[in-house]
Write a protein of this length. Structure first.
Length: 523
């Protein structure tokens, strides 16, 4: 946090009025430290037409305030969590309208960050450790054991299996989000942590980045050509960030108080650094622009970069502030100069409008042996990181029919225990927005079934070209592969019928007819 050196009369922040029913869906929020000693934190909203709603939260909630030095903002589900260092350390607002829902002066320490863990629970990063937060009842909970006495807690990332949290002096804390216990610690001095498009976790140090496998927790160190700027002593959200559309990372270099104007791009797939990806404007002037606060974030929909700058120097120079948008090739798209005021821009935050979408999951699966269904490519989110979508299941009925689970690799594992039908529900949580899909699982335990007892005879088995079905009554035969997809069907007449299976691939198939399930092998 910077303090102006000028001794001038307090400048009142500008208020632009708008209907309280406005929904902040199309644009970008800029969370501001605001002018220390004169005003608490604030948030501006830059609309898609580049107009600015100044002091949006205060306008929607007259008389209400953020805390002192607001450094972090997180949208999770339908709520916006603003975290400040002191005062109203946590303010919870409606993510669309900014209407206040709750505020907290006591959260266990000075505020640093917030992370949505699941639909019920959040983590509050403080100067004294990580505290649980009850999202449903809006209540601050207890300290997560072992997260205190490690200095302040910085950025946090949630993957399918773990939470990764930066501590100032205790390394990278890896927490089990189900038990809320520390599973492992990666020692070192870390600045920030992000998750990339490919699902890997990346931890930033001053002169290297650490790639962390989100399942095995194996690490790989990569030396950066120049240092990554940060300042742990006066914490801000940090400029180390990732794209959701491209497998790339971005960061500024230099010290936190004297950042270099060049943004570095790291191409993960090709292991290449571009140290001159873009240069922020105003470098030809005596008082150059410099990135401030987090400095940069990536729009999850357009993949554009939003960069916040102020004028270098002291005192009244901090009244000059800009927001720049660049495309993902480093071309300047738009510059907006804010009304003169000591905003001290801390962090761009993007609205979360879209819900996750399910694609490729069947309503019914027919299986007779252990089956794996990879869920990673079955759901995506237009404005969030698809690799970060959490997958959970609930068995609704007949749990004795199947043994079913989601493994660490995000695969649905189905093991039939006996013949029958079970119903499960899969839920997908993308940044607090949840969609669900019920699935029916019909099982036939491996082993040839005595077809004669059912009045049906199926032969030959194994089969090469033509399958014969003799039945004592008319019915329909349906053939499914082991993924549960129907590959053929035929109306059966009483007596002998034939089905051409020559075009089927070699493997095991399931036939359903006369309320009975049979296994056949295609040679």
């Amino acid at each position: 946090m910077r303090k102006t050196l000028l001794s001038i009369v307090s400048i009142c922040a500008l208020h632009y009025s708008f209907a309280q029913t406005k929904e902040f869906n199309n644009g970008v929020f800029i969370v501001n430290e605001d002018w220390f000693g004169h005003s608490n934190g604030s948030v501006n909203f830059i609309n898609s037409d580049n107009t600015v709603d100044y002091n949006a939260y205060k306008t929607v909630n007259p008389g209400e305030e953020f805390g002192v030095t607001t450094q972090s903002g997180t949208i999770y589900g339908d709520k916006f969590y603003f975290v400040s260092k002191q005062g109203n350390r946590l303010v919870v607002a409606d993510a669309k309208t900014l209407t206040k829902e709750a505020s907290f002066t006591t959260i266990g320490g000075d505020g640093r960050s917030f992370l949505g863990v699941d639909s019920k629970t959040g983590y509050i990063g403080t100067s004294e450790g990580i505290y649980l937060f009850d999202i449903k009842n809006l209540q601050v909970g207890t300290l997560i054991e072992g997260t205190n006495k490690k200095g302040q807690i910085g950025n946090m990332v949630r993957t399918q299996n773990y939470v990764f949290a930066v501590s100032q002096s205790g390394g990278m804390l890896i927490i089990d989000p189900k038990s809320h216990k520390i599973k492992q610690t990666i020692l070192g001095s870390f600045n920030s942590v992000v998750q990339s498009k490919d699902g890997n976790v990346w931890a930033a140090q001053s002169n290297k980045i650490i790639k962390i496998n989100p399942v095995t927790l194996e690490t790989l160190e990569i030396t950066v050509p120049t240092n990554i700027s940060s300042d742990a002593s006066a914490w801000n959200a940090g400029n180390f960030c990732a794209s959701t559309k491209s497998n790339v990372l971005y960061f500024f270099t230099g010290s936190s108080w004297s950042r270099k104007p060049n943004l570095v791009k790291y191409d993960i797939d090709n292991n290449q650094f571009n140290e001159n990806f873009l240069t922020i404007p105003g470098q030809e002037n005596q008082y150059k622009q410099t990135a401030y606060g987090a400095g940069v974030r990536v729009d999850p929909v357009s993949d554009e970069l939003v960069i916040t700058t102020t004028e270098s120097g002291f005192g009244a120079h901090y009244e000059k502030n800009w927001v720049h948008r660049y495309d993902n090739q480093g071309n300047l798209v738009k510059t907006i100069q804010l009304n003169d005021y000591y905003w001290f821009q801390a962090l761009p935050v993007f609205p979360d409008v879209s819900a996750p979408q399910i694609n490729g999951l069947e309503a019914t699966y027919h299986i007779n042996s252990e089956t794996k269904i990879d869920l990673k490519d079955k759901v995506f989110d237009e404005d969030n990181l698809s690799s970060a979508i959490l997958k959970e299941l609930t068995i609704i009925e007949n749990e004795e029919v199947v043994d079913i689970s989601i493994n660490a690799e995000e695969e649905l594992i189905i093991k039939p225990l006996k013949n029958g039908t079970a119903t499960i529900n899969l839920s997908f949580n993308s940044n607090g927005k949840v969609v669900e899909q019920p699935i029916t699982i019909s099982t036939a335990v491996l082993g040839l079934i005595d077809a004669n007892k059912s009045g049906t005879n199926i032969y030959p088995n194994p089969v090469t070209n033509t399958l014969f079905i003799e039945t004592d009554k008319a019915d329909k035969a349906e053939i499914y592969n082991l993924a549960g997809l129907k590959v053929a069907e035929k109306v059966l007449q009483k007596g002998k019928n034939n089905i051409d299976v020559n075009n089927l691939s070699k493997g095991v198939y399931i036939i359903k007819t006369n309320n009975t399930t049979y296994k056949i092998i295609k040679k």
